[in-house]
Design a protein around this ligand. Structure first.
Ligand SMILES: [Zn+2]
Length: 77
């Protein structure tokens, strides 16, 4: 598993070991830095959502990743 690239920043994910160095989510691979950025981006949105559902969360994560891939960077909203 040495050919993994982060789907957003295109960084090589050379040491992909389980969930430690990359995150596989919504059929995408994210490097650790992008995963942390994703969480930073969605955290304020999560706070406003009542009631919380995992279906909504999954969609939010997917949409945020797809937007970041299209723009080539992470957006705040
Ligand atoms: Zn990345």
């Amino acid at each position: 598993m040495n050919d993994l690239k982060c789907d957003v920043c295109q960084a090589d994910i050379t040491s992909a070991v389980n969930q430690r160095d990359y995150t596989h989510i919504a059929h995408r691979e994210l490097c650790e830095a992008c995963w942390e950025t994703l969480n930073t981006v969605i955290r304020p949105i999560l706070r406003t959502k009542q009631p919380f559902t995992y279906e909504w969360y999954d969609r939010l994560v997917m949409d945020t990743i797809e937007t970041a891939m299209a723009k080539g960077k992470w957006g705040i909203r």
